[in-house]
Design a protein around this ligand. Sequence first.
Ligand code: PLP
Length: 370
Amino acid sequence: MKIPFNKPYFTGKETTYIKDAVERGMISGNGYYTKRCQTFFENNFGFKKALLTTSCTDALEMCAILANISPGDEVIVPSYTFVSSALAFVRQGAKIVFADSKADNPNIDETKLEGLINDKTKAIVVVHYAGVSCKMNTIMAIANTYNLLVIEDAAQAIGSKFNGKYLGSIGHMATFSFHETKNIISGEGGLLAINDDRFVNRAEIIWEKGTNRAEFFRGEVNKYGWVDTGSSFLPSEIIAAFLWAQIENIDTIQKRRLELWHFYNDSLGDWAKKHEIQLMPEPKRETNNAHMFYLVCKTIEQRDAIIQHLKTKDILSVFHYLSLHSSEFYKDKHDGRTLPNSDKFSERLLRLPMFYELDIAKVVEHLISY
Ligand SMILES: *Cc1c(COP(=O)(O)O)cnc(C)c1O
């Protein structure tokens, strides 16, 4: 039996709710299941307004529009992240100023943030890598000082907290992903969380193709029309129905993932020390949603050798992001600063299989035979 890197977990209720959505006779967006999901996120995670989107990428694009990013603006984004964290702002014409990771984890180094700010800077995008919180107190204080917007790319961070507050409820806006590789899933899917009142009404309009349709359906205006820019960012009820089945089981899913996380952490210490490999630093309980368990290998050669070794045992482990500042698309636009920590994680970080039904004992057994 091959062990994949990820296997989507189905709770069993997904098709029941999809069938129900179909029988309700309305399967476009912003219907029964969409509202149920959004209300859940608002009530349980402290977001002022939650809007389901077709992906985290789409939610990031909405943030870039809401922040009025335009040519000449600069946006600070970590280099060690998924393409979308930067791309959404590039599409609005921004110049990306890439930030380095911290030495001991891939999150943005908040101690170097002020040096990247100038009078063109409009926003800071932070990515809670592996679901572990960035230093949000420092980051929000800097943003307030320089009057910048903070956008949390919380794609991996559902259920994680910083100082008792859920991630995604701290920045001015935040985005989540329900891609099948994340903790709770809908195939493709995402969420925009708005925490600043200034952006709530406009977010709904941008979400609905630049129309005030959402207000119209609440009876707040007596006709609806084209009032702003936007796109079709909302998912169908079929996707929302699927997501509802996952949401209902979020506690069970998170608990299982956390068990797996601790199994890796408890089993691999001696082996890692012997090979001079670092285990993912153990986050405080409140900020561990067990999205991922990673190793930082001694060298890129060692990482390749471990990937190969596991492959011979039919186990798939994978590396992660390639620094965006040296990507084919952006390297000529980058200002030339070296970002050594981002490059270190690009070369040496290795992710181990992590999913609900994982036979983790087998992964550990074969890993420590390396
Ligand atoms: C998964 C991920 C995304 C993209 O999410 P989609 O829903 O696939 O658009 C963006 N940023 C980060 C940090 C991610 O992990």
